[in-house]
Design a protein around this ligand. Structure first.
Ligand SMILES: CC(C)c1onc(-c2c(Cl)cccc2Cl)c1COc1ccc2c(ccn2Cc2cccc(C(=O)O)c2)c1
Length: 231
């Protein structure tokens, strides 16, 4: 049957996409990527700074998701804590596939590979980046997929899961229609996108182990990261 995005859905998509594009890592932080220091220590510090900046960007973005601020305050925190790593994997994957300016991508990849992360986590991480790149998502799809990830009802400590589910379903409906309209030659595209969310959960479990091993080697995180990742 003919798929049509309603006026309200169009407005919703514009709010979310504008917010997603508006909140970027500050250029001075991204520029540091090209700094000459390449030690594992220096890489870890730079990535920690980027992650901290990315969490701030994520909090600002989340405030622009229609309906999010009407959720129970504690549930808002539970959703942010539960989705931060997945949203950041999505964001860094989109940055890699977007091919950042002037070789940032290679430098970022190099720094991630040489920051004390064990090979067993590096391989699935970069496989994920590749699988996201192959989707060639338009920016509306990227923004909506991140929103759907944030609005996952079954995160730990969420009390009113129904309210989160209603919001997520609203976003999933827009994303489903957008996929059909943007990728008419590929009816399975929406299903492929949702498949990435499953991969994100696995990466999130790997990330917990990455944090544990960094802590074992006495690596320090910023207060914001300690709070959002309970480290
Ligand atoms: C604490 C730190 C060492 C850490 O722990 N886990 C991850 C970690 C790693 Cl190593 C991989 C994936 C996710 C996480 Cl949390 C990280 C590093 O987190 C990052 C690093 C880079 C990231 C991000 C997110 C995006 N980017 C790239 C980026 C670059 C330039 C511009 C922009 C932009 O948005 O405009 C984004 C997070």
């Amino acid at each position: 049957e003919k798929v049509e995005i309603t006026k309200e859905q169009q407005a919703l998509m514009k709010i979310i996409t504008d917010a997603y594009n508006r909140h970027q890592i500050p250029q001075d932080v991204a520029k540091k990527l090209l700094q000459d220091q390449y030690s594992a220590e220096e890489n870890f510090l730079l990535l920690t700074e980027m992650a901290t900046s990315q969490v701030q960007v994520l909090v600002e973005f989340t405030k622009n998701i229609p309906g999010f601020l009407s959720l129970d305050r504690e549930d808002q925190i539970a959703l942010l804590k539960g989705s931060a790593v997945e949203a950041m994997f999505l964001r860094s994957a989109q940055v890699f596939s977007r091919k950042m300016p002037s070789g940032h991508t290679e430098v970022l990849e190099e720094r991630i590979r040489k920051s004390g992360i064990s090979e067993e986590f590096i391989t699935p991480m970069f496989n994920f980046y590749k699988s996201i790149g192959e989707l060639h998502m338009v920016q509306e799809e990227q923004a909506l997929l991140t929103t759907v990830t944030i609005l996952t009802p079954d995160r730990p400590y969420v009390k009113d899961q129904q309210a989160v589910e209603r919001l997520q379903e609203t976003m999933l409906d827009v994303l489903r229609k957008l996929c059909v309209l943007q990728h008419p030659q590929e009816p399975q595209y929406f299903a492929r996108l949702l498949g990435r969310l499953t991969e994100l959960r696995t990466l999130s479990h790997y990330h917990t182990e990455m944090l544990a091993s960094w802590r074992m080697n006495d690596h320090k995180f910023t207060p914001l990261l300690c709070e959002i990742w309970d480290v």
